[in-house]
Design a protein around this ligand. Structure first.
Ligand code: 2AL
Length: 243
């Protein structure tokens, strides 16, 4: 099967990190195609970034549909454009926060999210409200390292580990969710250090999509996730007009 893993931001080195982590867990019959959108923000750390990432995500999904992708991972913790992607794609689409939060509820009673900037915490709380039962998300904590500095700041990993340790105590949680695709690859090491499950959405979402495709489970096209009604889109969105 072919899984398209979309990095909703336009930073190619981050796509490479995401791809390596997705490929590390994908099964032998699964081809992971990592995509960097042609348009969008360099990183996603505001509602503005998130809104402007969505056209690039949808263009990537449209291309995936043309080339026969079996399923999609949206590899950003804000899950930008997830519902719209489901309206376009025939195969399953799974978001990072969605996958990670669901997985955390399967291995623990309450989780803490460790994310990048404090301004992204509201979105994480909103998504927790959508995906998991009340009380399952015990807290969302920001290490205050900007997304692209996760790659370059030598203190980033230690800040994430220290914050996660504090979060477990403060929140009374038993599981850590990594709240950014740029943290992919840290889960196993941080878990060994802290002695609790640490969930990375890139790997979990990849295996969830692989499982859904294997089971023949596709997004329901009945009602809400049916293909959007054809209409004209004006101006810079003209290319998004559906037949
Ligand atoms: C993210 C992410 O996963 N990718 C990105 O550009 N921003 N999330 C975050 N909380 O900073």
């Amino acid at each position: 099967m072919r899984i398209q893993v979309i990095n909703p931001n336009t930073t190619v080195s981050m796509t490479a990190l995401i791809a390596a982590n997705a490929r590390a867990v994908a099964g032998p019959g699964t081809v992971v195609e990592a995509v960097t959108p042609a348009t969008g923000p360099a990183s996603i750390e505001s509602h503005y970034d998130e809104a402007l990432a969505v056209p690039g995500v949808l263009a990537a999904i449209a291309e995936g549909e043309r080339s026969g992708a079996d399923g999609y991972v949206l590899a950003c913790f804000g899950d930008p454009g997830l519902d719209a992607a489901r309206e376009l794609a025939a195969g399953p689409v799974v978001g990072l926060a969605e996958a990670a939060m669901h997985a955390a509820t399967l291995v623990g009673r309450g989780f803490s999210v460790v994310t990048t900037l404090s301004r992204t915490r509201g979105r994480a709380h909103d998504l927790a409200g959508r995906y998991v039962a009340a009380g399952a998300c015990r807290g969302v904590h920001a290490c205050e390292v900007p997304v692209l500095e996760l790659e370059t700041d030598p203190s980033a990993r230690k800040r994430v580990v220290d914050l996660a340790r504090q979060a477990l105590d403060r929140d009374g949680s038993d599981t850590i969710v990594l709240g950014c695709a740029g943290l992919a690859g840290l889960a196993a090491g941080v878990s060994a250090e802290l002695g609790v499950p640490v969930v990375d959405g890139v790997t979990v979402a990849t295996l969830m999509v692989q499982s859904l495709v294997t089971l023949g489970l596709r997004t329901s096209a009945r009602d809400e996730y049916a293909r959007p009604p054809a209409k004209h889109y004006t101006g810079i969105l003209n290319a998004f007009t559906l037949a």
